[in-house]
Design a protein around this ligand. Sequence first.
Ligand SMILES: Nc1nc2c(c(=O)[nH]1)N[C@H]1C(S)=C(S)[C@@H](COP(=O)(O)OP(=O)(O)OC[C@H]3O[C@@H](n4cnc5c(=O)[nH]c(N)nc54)[C@H](O)[C@@H]3O)O[C@H]1N2
Ligand SMILES: Nc1nc2c(c(=O)[nH]1)N[C@H]1C(S)=C(S)[C@@H](COP(=O)(O)OP(=O)(O)OC[C@H]3O[C@@H](n4cnc5c(=O)[nH]c(N)nc54)[C@H](O)[C@@H]3O)O[C@H]1N2
Ligand code: SF4
Ligand SMILES: [Mo]
Length: 686
Amino acid sequence: MSKPELKYVPTTCPYCGVGCGLNLVVSDGKLVGVEPYKRSPVNEGKLCPKGATCWEFVHSPDRLTKPLIKRNGKFEEASWDEALDLIVKKFRETSEKYGPKGMGFQVSCRTPNEDCYIMQKWARVAFKTNNIDNCARICHGPSVAGLSLSFGSGAATNPFEDVLNSDLIIMWGSNAVEAHPLAARRVVQAKKKGIPVIVFDPRYSPTARLADEWVQFNPSTHIALINSMMYWIIKEDKHNKEFIAKRTKGFEDLKKTVENYANVEHITGVPTEKVRELALRYAAAKNAVIIYCLGITELTTGTDNVRSLGNLSMLCGNIGRPGVGVNPLRGQNNVQGACDMGAYPNVYSGYQKCEVAENRAKMEKAWGVTGLPDWYGATLIEQIKQCGDQIKAMYILGLNPVVTYPDSNLVMKQLEKLDFLVIQDIFWTESCKYADVVLPGACFAEKDGTFTSGERRINRVRKAVEPPGEAKADWEIFVMLAKKMGLKGFDFKSAKDVWDDMRACTPNMFGATYERMEKPESVHWPCPALDHPGTPILHKEKFASPDGLGTFFGIEYRPPAEVADGAYPFTLMTGRLIFHYHSRTQTGRSPVLDYEVPEAYVQINTQDARRLNIKDGEKIRLLSRRGEVESLARLTDGIAPGVLYMTMHFGNGAVNNLTNTALDPLSKMPELKHCAVKIEKITGVN
Ligand SMILES: Nc1nc2c(c(=O)[nH]1)N[C@H]1C(S)=C(S)[C@@H](COP(=O)(O)OP(=O)(O)OC[C@H]3O[C@@H](n4cnc5c(=O)[nH]c(N)nc54)[C@H](O)[C@@H]3O)O[C@H]1N2
Ligand SMILES: Nc1nc2c(c(=O)[nH]1)N[C@H]1C(S)=C(S)[C@@H](COP(=O)(O)OP(=O)(O)OC[C@H]3O[C@@H](n4cnc5c(=O)[nH]c(N)nc54)[C@H](O)[C@@H]3O)O[C@H]1N2
Ligand code: SF4
Ligand SMILES: [Mo]
């Protein structure tokens, strides 16, 4: 008997924003495994447990295979024609009756750039709306807003491996060992070279374990801590005066603000002498890099937290060369890309602002339309809050709001108020039951396209196998919808056609062709011309702002929207685990990953547990002003008394039943990482 032939298809991991290269192994038209792709400079053949098992969910029998239409409260299989005709009819009716603000479009960060670009193009061309957003809003929206204000560009400044050129690595609110393991590998390599690593986290995370020094502070007091560090740097005259004079503005404003932050131990919990020591250590390093993540962004002070890190780095001239910078570790495989593609309420692809008349005129010409809107559209959570009032119809591509957005009870109530909801996913999710039409998308292994990683590297995604049943690539579904509406400019035969349509109207990506992405190292945008080498490091000579200067902002500390009090005495923090990915639609269907951690748990300080008579492994109830969950207690000394930590992955014990929808005023980020809760013992269940 001859052995079946194996085919190796090089592609990009569908999980986190590190963007590791891997080979999908195909036998007889089916995936049978994953092989390292050693030529990828990102991961050099290594993978984390999620990357190594990313093929396992693809052929799951639970995949959506046919369009579904809800009739009399029950979902029935339908033909593509029926489903798409209904969508066109309902969205047209809504548009005619309620205008462009009557609809919301929520774009996935899991699907390739081509899917994101075409969805926002379809929404803008067909309905003249800017009510378009993606889940960066509840992830690194504050990075986009904050870094744009500070540096003129909302993206990470330096590539991952550049930490090897540093003299000091600061990781702030990032648990990269679990959330970005192959970026953390670079930090491990740097540590082996003798480069010191300091981790700032209220919790002794696996990343804190890796550090030379762990700085524990009270949750959500970043601004006070950073301001105090800057106070001591300026007080001891260790700031980089030449850099400040030549490349920045706003220093006086900053200096005046931080004058009041000499002693902030009562806010942060970190002794003043320690703050001074850390500050002087940062200032003394020749090249220091700051890596940060959601501990910084997912708060109502998110944008100000990011700008504070921008302040700190500019104060010491740590921008624009190897080994320095301020680097958000972008979360989802294509969260950078979804933003770059213009799935945003105020910009087109390449961050071309909709409010600028020339940009609108240019896009109207490129797309063959008139009347593109200039207004700032509703953001992700604003759209949810507007359901039933202003917004009557919604289209959700590859998102699971019932599990992942704050205050699940509110999300369910709001989705119920819609006249019409479309969800396009690869699996049936907790959110699907609120839909009127559910469409089956092809997953990453079944379509071509590109994902843009957190270091702005545009990586190819390649089709390895056919989609199940009648599932289709997401971009193809939008082509079909546009054709049904008789729209011009959607005559795409391949993902590459969509990419080229985007390139043609996006100056900072024009040079990034599919041909250039054939190389394993691919290309980093900005890449404005075919002969441009791409831009791994930003802000070398000048910042990306119109005047070329970086901006300091004097920012005052303010507490989170909801702080622990007598009624709800615990501060709840939320986050991730290495083995699971968000709402687990994919990792929950991987036997290996599910075996590792099959159930939700909450970390509680040992003293608190003793006081409340809670044993390790006991099921307890957490209650907030918005809802409740049950979860296993895990006792630890790695978090301070009064603080709890729970992962976000488990739909059956969903942490977002508890969280708060209060928004950061600048980026509209909800406070996913901080709310007040109380604990109840569940009597009789032990
Ligand atoms: N395994 C896995 N990896 C993932 C993902 C996943 O679901 N699973 N998701 C991806 C995505 S989309 C993202 S955005 C990234 C996120 O990556 P990370 O942000 O690194 O992950 P989190 O666990 O959400 O949070 C990071 C840390 O923030 C800390 N923290 C620091 N300061 C504060 C504070 O003041 N308040 C609070 N509440 N916490 C603080 C928490 O203790 C936690 O250790 O991970 C990506 N990678
Ligand atoms: N409390 C709390 N809440 C959080 C966070 C937190 O730290 N704490 N983190 C937040 C962050 S950073 C993020 S990014 C969000 C994530 O929130 P979501 O993006 O809603 O989470 P996912 O579970 O990744 O949902 C993605 C959906 O896309 C589907 N999908 C995957 N690939 C494809 C595809 O190719 N096509 C289509 N059509 N569908 C596809 C998956 O099946 C899944 O249902 O959650 C946020 N929520
Ligand atoms: S580090 Fe991220 S991109 Fe790399 S294999 Fe793991 S999940 Fe995939
Ligand atoms: Mo994220």
